[in-house]
Ligand binder design. Structure first.
Ligand SMILES: [Zn+2]
Length: 252
């Protein structure tokens, strides 16, 4: 995944030399990129940095203090007003494997506050090892798509949806497709097995987005027309944007 062509393309043309956590969508940004950027807040809360040398951990943006990223504690807007450099790493607070506040930051009120100092002193001393980054739904040093999927769509939520799919007069083919889609097991062009078979993962219907489960059923302009028709027919107030929203709509 890390070395895939798509990831390399995103780094080169979308992130460029900026920091992923602070990059902003532009008027030319695609719907896919905008949606991905909107998920950052959710993803950031699930990444934890255990500081070793501190060279892979952003001082301002990463979750390395017990109370969360400094940017969340004092606000991203404040950092922008103070023109703080997002490239600064936690190693700037480390000297001889001890926590030390450099003179450049001693004028900053936050670094002198008890709120920050108590968090810093609750951490173990830095060690001469690489920083460890953990994605909370998975085991340390690992990423599991299945565990991540289960984290956002718990099996219990799936179970509570089952009667909406396997009811007395259900159409078997429709039920099978809906069940696979709810479990993220329905192959679309952006899924790994299909990527090897097709040269493009653009949606065949609109050619304006990548064919993912959520795009195909909820976000494609053709699907949207059908969804809106069904919304009026069924009297729903909310038009879901993805399968998870749909599950929450019908269960809650
Ligand atoms: Zn489409």
């Amino acid at each position: 995944m890390k070395d895939s062509l798509r990831v390399a393309w995103v780094h080169r043309y979308l992130i460029k030399s900026k920091c992923f956590w602070s990059v902003k969508a532009t008027a030319l940004s695609s719907g896919f990129w905008r949606r991905l950027l909107k998920l950052r807040g959710m993803a950031r809360g699930l990444l934890r940095h255990k500081v070793g040398l501190g060279v892979c951990t952003s001082l301002w943006l990463d979750y390395w203090l017990p109370n969360g990223p400094i940017s969340s504690q004092i606000g991203l807007t404040v950092l922008e007003i103070l023109q703080m450099d997002y490239q600064v790493k936690v190693d700037s607070l480390i000297s001889n494997f001890q926590w030390t506040i450099p003179s450049s930051l001693q004028q900053n009120y936050f670094f002198q506050s008890k709120h920050f100092l108590s968090q810093l002193h609750s951490l173990p001393d830095p060690t001469p090892t690489q920083d460890v980054i953990q994605w909370l739904p998975s085991a340390p040093r690992d990423y599991s798509h299945r565990l991540t999927r289960d984290y956002f769509t718990p099996p219990s939520l799936l179970f509570s949806c089952s009667h909406l799919i396997w009811f007395k007069h259900h159409i078997p083919k429709h039920g099978r497709i809906a069940w696979l889609a709810l479990r993220h097991r329905l192959y679309t062009l952006d899924s790994k097995p299909m990527r090897h078979k097709h040269k493009t993962n653009a949606c065949y219907l609109c050619l304006a987005g990548w064919e993912s489960l959520d795009h195909l059923f909820f976000q494609c302009k053709f699907s949207r027309v059908i969804l809106e028709f069904m919304q009026h027919a069924a009297g729903f107030y909310i038009l879901p944007n993805n399968w998870t929203e749909l599950m929450h709509c019908v269960v809650c």
